[in-house]
Write a protein that binds this ligand. Structure first.
Ligand SMILES: [Zn+2]
Length: 298
């Protein structure tokens, strides 16, 4: 899907609603209250009524698209811009590109879409997995101003299966227990090799786990970066993409929202070969519980 396709196929409210209807109810419209399939379309624009309980609703009822002042066409454009932007796109850019009235509206729009760009079903990683940690914000070289609203550096743990998926975690610390928890959540016990640098917490983190015998270390301090298959280059390249995105596009991210940005980046990264990313994200948005999106500013 390109912007050009989008502006041809979904340029009216009616076309957008037809798409959302197909994504929300692939097997036919269903009553939101009693689940009955005996649903009638009302003469009133875009309204349905249940033939059993007489509940009236539309395709956007009980979704994040409800109560929005933005046209659906704008929502769809924003989704496409966000899923296509490899390094991310700022709320300011969205505001300008889509002629949205206020920064706050654009910010909200972006955050709601980001919330939908989260993996719901994760597969455990196997094969060769690289684990590494990095520090973002505060006193990064060449930046006199903090990259973050908060003055503290933020820790990001990255786990990447070579040739496969990527996960980022906004970590509170790099203690053995914390690292072990992320690895257990992400990596299958059938993994062949786990590669890390020589950071001495990793052996402790893997002790007494199925990963202990599979752990290989690359000695960065001895200036060895690649030793055959033993390297952490693919997780490091993911970190540099993240940092370029944060410094170049998002400018200032508060620590509070960092996890959402990490999810957005990995969601897009893990679907880099998926041609249906736009539709997948939209489907998630129209089928997710709107409460998922309301915790945003809590
Ligand atoms: Zn009903």
């Amino acid at each position: 899907m390109t912007l050009n396709d989008l502006s041809h196929m979904y340029s009216t409210d009616e076309q957008c609603r037809a798409l959302l209807k197909k994504l929300r109810w692939p097997y036919g419209v269903e009553c939101l209250r009693c689940k009955s399939k005996k649903v009638f379309e009302l003469a009133e624009y875009a309204k349905f009524e249940c033939g059993e309980c007489h509940y009236q609703f539309s395709v956007t009822t009980q979704t994040i698209f409800h109560d929005t002042h933005l046209p659906l066409e704008t929502w769809l454009m924003a989704v496409l811009l966000l899923v296509e932007a490899r390094k991310g796109i700022s709320a300011n850019q969205i505001k300008r590109t889509l002629s949205i009235g206020s920064y706050k509206t654009a910010w909200y729009l972006c955050h709601r879409i980001r919330k939908a760009m989260q993996d719901v079903e994760l597969t455990m990683m196997d094969g060769t997995v690289e684990v590494d940690e990095t520090y973002i914000g505060a006193s990064q070289k060449g930046h006199s101003k903090p990259g973050f609203g908060d003055s503290k550096k933020q820790i990001v743990v990255g786990i990447r299966q070579r040739g496969g998926d990527l996960r980022f975690f906004h970590a509170a610390d790099v203690k053995a227990g914390t690292l072990a928890k992320y690895v257990r959540e992400t990596v299958s016990e059938d993994v062949e090799v786990i590669v890390t640098d020589e950071f001495n917490t990793y052996p402790t983190a893997f002790r007494d786990t199925p990963f202990a015998g599979k752990h290989k270390t690359i000695k960065h301090k001895s200036k060895i970066y690649v030793d055959g298959d033993i390297h952490t280059n693919t997780v490091e390249s993911a970190f540099s993409l993240l940092k370029r995105g944060i410094l170049g596009t998002w400018h200032r991210i508060s620590a509070k929202h960092l996890a959402a940005y990490l999810d957005e980046m990995t969601f897009r990264f893990n679907r880099r070969k998926n041609p249906d990313l736009f539709i997948d994200t939209l489907r998630h948005m129209i089928t997710a519980d709107p409460l998922t999106f309301e915790k945003l500013t809590a």
